[in-house]
Write a protein of this length. Structure first.
Lengths: 167, 169
């Protein structure tokens, strides 16, 4: 007498459900990361003064020519726009030498120039102050590495205003 | 998975999970590959750019020659060919100063005997991105941007001082 094999239907078990939940969670996390939380929200801005020190005269001239009010600044490390320039001018660099009495005096450098200007930078506000692009803490004398479509330079921050909301 | 007669067997849900995982893996691989291909399809432009090499000792001047192929010493990719070289002496501050016509006190510059600044102009090919920024072999070509120069005889970190892109871009 032939015996029928016991037939068992496909049924969910707890491991199937776990696997499905994990896969769905991974896909959801990926989508959220790519399309919703793609970076820190730079919802604050601050106005800073900056200087670019001891550069060649030709570089200073190139900066004056190509960087104007409204020129976007890109962060060197991630190519994101982190603000824009509002003012820029060139000054001669200085050095200290001794005068005939042996006193230290400040005189112009024979070849080098400084660029000084102001810019609006985007970032976040934390317990310790303003963070440019959410990563670099803005402090007097801190350096922000930026570029425009013509020049790349190191902005040394010389003053930082109180952050405000970015419109 | 189900157990039939004590044996573990795939069920429909297992197959669906495996297909889902395979689709995700394929999508990631496709994304990575096509991102690389996008760069390869970008239009190329001729570019000439000048880099500043300093200080170079007198003995090493002959190592950098017009016609040399320049590589990025970090990636070994070609940055272009040297088409001209301008040489100046490295200056120093002597400690003295003079008064110029406008009445400004200006430090007097001296020159080092055996140290030189080289302004090397390189001709190559660049790509231009959506922000109008040129790059050669993955290096942004901007005034003040660093490059890792190597011409087979001499290597140095250099800085771009000027550049011109074909068509005046």
């Amino acid at each position: 007498m032939a015996r029928n094999k016991p037939v068992e239907k496909s049924r969910f078990n707890v491991f199937d459900i776990l696997i499905i939940l994990i896969v769905v969670a991974c896909i959801t996390a990926l989508v959220l990361r790519l399309y919703v939380f793609n970076g820190v929200a730079l919802n604050k801005k601050t106005e800073v003064s900056f200087s670019v020190n001891n550069i060649m005269q030709s570089t200073a001239e190139e900066m004056l020519k190509s960087v104007q009010n409204g020129t976007n600044l890109y962060l060197t490390s991630n190519n994101e726009v982190i603000g824009y320039v509002t003012d820029i001018k060139a000054e001669r660099s200085t050095v200290f030498v001794e005068d005939e009495n042996g006193n230290q005096i400040e005189v112009f450098h024979p070849t080098n120039w400084n660029i000084v200007g102001t810019a609006v930078l985007y970032g976040t506000e934390g317990d310790l102050g303003f963070y440019v692009n959410g990563t670099t803490r803005a402090e007097i004398n801190s350096v922000v590495y930026v570029y425009t479509t013509r020049v790349q330079f190191e902005m040394t921050l010389t003053s930082i205003s109180a952050p405000s909301d970015r419109n | 998975m189900d157990k039939v007669n004590g044996k573990t067997k795939f069920n429909l849900i297992d197959v669906l999970v495996i297909i889902t995982v395979l689709v995700i893996v394929a999508a990631v691989i496709f994304f990575v590959i096509t991102r690389g291909m996008t760069n390869a399809n970008v239009k190329k432009y001729s570019i000439s750019y000048t880099v500043k090499i300093t200080p170079v000792s007198e003995d090493n001047l002959k190592l950098i020659r017009v016609g040399d192929t320049v590589l990025d010493s970090a990636t070994a990719q070609t940055l272009g060919k040297i088409i001209s070289i301008k040489t100046e002496k490295v200056i120093n501050i002597t400690g003295a100063y003079e008064t110029d016509e406008a009445g400004n006190k200006v430090a007097v510059a001296g020159e080092y005997e055996n140290l030189y600044v080289l302004f090397v102009t390189i001709s190559g090919e660049c790509v231009v991105d959506e922000h109008d920024i040129a790059s050669v072999a993955g290096n942004r070509i901007l005034v003040g941007a660093p490059l890792y120069f190597a011409d087979g005889n001499y290597a140095s970190t250099v800085y771009c001082t000027d550049f011109t892109i074909e068509g005046g871009r």
